[in-house]
Design a protein around this ligand. Structure first.
Ligand code: BYC
Length: 328
């Protein structure tokens, strides 16, 4: 009876749920947050570890394309802004690793899974930043797409993830605006600067659309994740929202979105647009993007270089513990 009352659209059939699962789904449907010590289905825990872990890794790997330009930022002010942004991404990664740890996985475990290639990070960070305009395009488009995805995640059902997203979203809007500001300067600059801005848009447009994940028909996790309110919108819904929001911004910049089929559809009240090349997307996911090897090597090197710091911290903690025990 209770099982029949719950919604769980897209998820498991209520008649196949255990009484615990039924109670859990009812809490989700009532809009309650799930906290670390609450009972949760193993699948819920696993999919959250997958998504939050992937999200954390994306923040950390995501520092690399922009970090590439810190030493070459055109002015001291731009350098300071970029430094702050890249540091923010490191902070986001840390909040998210902490949120994942509440699900019973350690940060070392997650790192090991990233470095061994068993865990993914966002496809977008496998593309290079070739010019300063690319730093603008990353802020404007990549952070713009990230916000579109992350604002609804503030309402995700898992408490620690939802709270991490609230903090992260505040910073992401600054990131997006700094990117747009760079694009504006470039688009209004010399013909060569405008050409660089257009070239950056040309190269980052479709990879940014891919950030939302495969089309709904190909998305394996969406239905269950939406039933559990881990995910609030489908991949295609968010992609459409992103296009609708970004096209007028491109027009304002005087730049052309690289899609000859892009046009406003009066009837739908949305832009019609061309799908990204999904073969390229899956190729990038399989490790064959332009920068996959470079990104993994950079993370592996950073992890190895940081070993002495981790060893030092562990030795210090052990000494402190021993001193405390001796004093008791
Ligand atoms: N890249 O069933 P689906 C940032 C995978 S960083 C790689 O639709 P789901 C920033 C997916 O994992 C922000 N993989 O999955 C940082 C699954 O593979 P597995 C990053 C992708 O989970 C620095 C398979 O494809 N944001 O803003 O329902 C500087 C099937 O997909 C991608 C997040 O991480 C992709 N783009 O939906 C600047 C957001 N898309 O695991 C900026 C949190 C899909 O089964 N994550 N896959 O092998 C999410 O919201 C969801 O996980 C996704 C995918 C929408 C990405």
């Amino acid at each position: 009876m209770y099982a029949q009352m719950i919604k769980s659209e897209g998820g498991k059939d209520p008649s196949e749920m255990t009484p615990e699962e039924v109670r859990f789904q009812a809490r989700i449907d009532a809009g309650e947050k799930i906290e670390p010590k609450d009972w949760m289905p193993e699948g819920y825990r696993k999919t959250l570890i997958r998504q939050i872990g992937q999200h954390a890794h994306s923040e950390i790997v995501g520092q690399l394309p922009e970090g590439n330009w810190i030493t070459r930022a055109p002015t001291l002010e731009r350098k300071a802004i970029l430094l702050a942004k890249v540091q923010d991404e490191a902070g986001h990664g840390l909040y998210l690793y902490c949120a994942a740890e509440t699900l019973g996985v350690s940060r070392d475990d997650l790192t090991e899974q990233l470095l061994s290639g068993r865990m993914k990070y966002s496809s977008i960070f496998n593309y290079p930043t070739l010019t300063w305009a690319d730093v603008g395009a990353v802020g404007w488009l990549v952070d713009g797409a990230a916000i579109m995805n992350q604002v609804p995640l503030q309402r995700t059902s898992y408490g620690p993830y939802s709270r991490a997203m609230i903090r992260i979203c505040k910073e992401e809007s600054f990131h997006q605006r700094q990117g747009f500001d760079i694009m504006m300067k470039m688009a209004q600059g010399t013909p060569e600067q405008k050409r660089m801005a257009q070239d950056a848009l040309n190269r980052f447009w479709y990879p940014s659309l891919m950030m939302f994940g495969p089309s709904d028909a190909e998305s394996v996790h969406s239905a269950q994740n939406m039933a559990w309110k881990i995910k609030i919108n489908t991949n295609d819904e968010l992609r459409q929202k992103f296009v609708d929001q970004t096209v007028p911004q491109a027009e304002y910049l005087g730049l052309t979105v690289p899609d000859p089929d892009l046009k406003w559809n009066e009837e739908r009240g949305h832009y019609d647009f061309s799908e990204p090349d999904w073969t390229e997307f899956f190729d990038v996911l399989n490790g064959n993007g332009p920068c996959n090897n470079e990104r993994m090597e950079a993370r592996q090197e950073a992890w190895a270089d940081g070993q002495w710091v981790r060893d030092g911290l562990m030795a210090h903690a052990a000494k402190k513990r021993a001193r405390k025990m001796a004093a008791e």
